[in-house]
Write a protein that binds this ligand. Structure first.
Ligand code: IMP
Ligand code: MG
Length: 199
């Protein structure tokens, strides 16, 4: 194993294409994003002028599972703020599909977002249907503010009128896996983002 590299057993990477974003680039961008989000949220709290002892209840991060799991785990450790977390599970790609078939909630939905500064976090913005669904849920509850934060923004025509407030990387229209993103449930544990080789 080379010093900068990482060993992958052959069975784990077979069928995968080139590395699009390596782990060092991901880590440094995630650090920047965490700091930027934190300073924006600090500014929201300052505008609220609320008692700082109440700030624990003011900021809620809402990752969309399962894709945002790895990104969120790294992002929150770059955010030196008192914050709480809720989670929402949305599915869009059924099984071995690589095009979105619309988004639907699975399981319980958070109900306590009203009056709070909410940051929705997802791995990737593709057709936009997933973020549009979650944004609608949050807005119904009248949050104090809402931000949409994604690691990746795929350059495709959206099916929903939506844009992210904070984006890690713009990527071309290719199906990617790793760092939380899956194909048919696999590859979420790759530390870098790779293109999936089809055919
Ligand atoms: P959208 O609803 O089409 O914007 O799709 C967003 C969801 O689809 C993301 O939360 C991902 O889980 C999944 N997705 C979209 N593009 C990719 C990809 O290239 N690789 C893996 N998952 C993807
Ligand atoms: Mg997802």
């Amino acid at each position: 194993m080379g010093s900068g590299g990482r060993y992958h057993p052959a069975h784990m990477v077979r069928g995968l294409g080139r590395v699009l974003i390596d782990r060092e680039r991901i880590a440094s961008r995630v650090r920047e994003m965490g700091l930027q989000l934190s300073s924006e949220l600090e500014a929201e709290l300052a505008r609220d002028g609320a008692d700082p002892s109440n700030h624990a209840d003011r900021i809620v991060l809402l990752p969309i599972l399962a894709g945002a799991l790895v990104f969120t785990a790294d992002l929150i450790r770059e955010m030196p703020l008192r914050l709480s977390m809720r989670m929402v599970t949305v599915s869009s790609y059924a099984g071995q599909a690589t095009t979105s078939r619309g988004a639907a909630f699975r399981g319980a939905l958070p109900q306590d977002l009203g009056g709070r500064h909410v940051v929705v976090i997802d791995d990737i913005l593709d057709s936009g249907q997933t973020l549009a669904l979650v944004k609608g849920l949050v807005l119904q509850q009248n949050p104090a503010s809402l931000r949409l934060c994604v690691l990746l923004d795929k350059q495709v025509a959206r099916k929903a009128d939506i844009h992210a407030n904070l984006v890690g990387f713009q990527i071309p229209d290719e199906f990617v896996v790793g760092y939380g993103l899956d194909y048919d449930g696999y590859y979420r544990n790759l530390p870098e983002i790779r293109v999936l080789e089809v055919g």
